[in-house]
Ligand binder design. Structure first.
Ligand SMILES: Nc1ncnc2c1ncn2[C@@H]1O[C@H](COP(=O)(O)OP(=O)(O)O)[C@@H](O)[C@H]1O
Ligand SMILES: [Mg+2]
Length: 331
């Protein structure tokens, strides 16, 4: 098996006393689409910025294609491409002219430059509108030019930082297709950051879940979802004490039961408006969610305990995050 294309060793970033990336380590295999999933402010952009030489690490390092970023950033930059959320494009120039400019920065000239620019325009499906000035483009089309700019020097590893934020649905689909094609047809390794679990579930082979500058879980998507085990049920009660929790734990199909931090609950119904709850929430880890649900309801009924709310967490990354942190990915 080939060496990882990227190995991150205890990478850290501090601003004064504020530690925004807390010594993280992970590696990305050649040919892999690797996700960095976390809420706003988790440290995704700071991590990618250190790996691509935009900001200096406070401590730790990384090796990209055999090059140590603390010693050989110039070499590392030839191997990787960065697609930041915002890239300065010349608004009055066409996509083709902008890409020619980026290609020249990488030392491309003449026929090579022309071939590379035409290739990346095709990758992002902008070849037919490549001569219009960028200022006529939608936000999504501009983002696709950013992606093309990150590809012009044929990197082996591409960093995409939340490429779909603020993008129209059509461009979003183009972006997903480009990512999948680059990976499958050209074997490009990709690091994809997002706070949308759907995107990461669809595109990524493995995912690091990042919160507060730390990786709190890292695995394939099925293995991450397996953290939820036989299912998790959140039960809102009017009161809950240790005795009651012990009784719940004693039910045959219950694996674990604990009080959720008061702040989480009344579990969002999709519109994201989680208001503080007045009642405690018991997080029940089930051996088999269906069976556990029946047992729980029978138990509450027999004890004459009123249930204020009930939610079975679907097995997805959003709920893995909720389960691990007590927070939602998107506030
Ligand atoms: N130049 C800076 N100075 C101080 N703090 C910063 C700076 N840049 C980012 N941060 C802080 O670092 C944390 C992580 O930011 P960032 O990596 O941009 O998060 P994400 O990309 O996951 O949304 C945030 O708390 C942010 O406020
Ligand atoms: Mg960011």
């Amino acid at each position: 098996m080939s060496d990882p294309i990227l190995t991150v060793h205890n990478l850290q970033k501090k601003y004064g006393d504020h530690e925004v990336v807390k010594g993280i380590s992970f590696s990305v295999k050649e040919g892999e689409v690797f996700g960095l999933l976390g809420p706003n402010g988790a440290g995704k952009t700071q991590t990618i910025s250190m790996l691509t030489g935009v900001v200096e690490p406070t401590d730790g390092t990384a090796v990209i294609g055999g090059c140590d970023i603390r010693k050989q950033m110039g070499e590392a930059k030839k191997i990787n491409g960065l697609v930041p959320q915002d890239l300065a494009l010349y608004p009055t120039l066409s996509a083709r002219a902008n890409l020619n400019f980026f290609g020249r920065i990488y030392g491309l000239r003449g026929k090579d430059l022309k071939e590379r620019v035409e290739d990346v325009l095709r990758v992002v499906s902008l070849a037919d509108r490549a001569d219009e000035p960028i200022e006529n483009y939608s936000g999504g089309m501009k983002r696709r030019v950013n992606i093309a700019a990150g590809l012009v020097h044929q990197p082996r590893l591409l960093f995409l930082d939340e490429p779909t934020v603020g993008v129209d649905p059509q461009s979003r689909n183009h972006i997903f297709e480009s990512v999948q094609r680059l990976n499958r047809e050209r074997g490009m390794s990709i690091v994809y950051t997002s706070h949308y679990m759907e995107e990461v579930e669809m595109l990524c082979d493995r995912v690091a879940i990042i919160d507060n500058g730390e990786i709190i879980a890292l695995d394939t998507i099925p293995n991450l979802i397996a953290i939820l085990g036989g299912g998790v049920i959140h039960v809102g009660l009017h009161q809950a004490d240790e005795t009651l929790l012990a009784q719940i734990r004693a039910l045959p199909s219950v694996k674990q039961a604990a009080l959720a931090p008061q702040s989480i609950a009344p579990l969002p119904d999709g519109d994201g408006a989680a208001s503080p709850t007045a009642h405690p929430i018991v997080k029940v880890e089930a051996r088999k969610s269906q069976e556990t649900l029946v047992e729980l309801l029978r138990f509450f009924n027999e004890c004459d305990i009123q249930v204020a709310s009930l939610k079975i967490l679907e097995p997805n990354l959003e709920n893995v995050f909720l389960h691990l942190t007590g927070k939602k990915l998107r506030e």
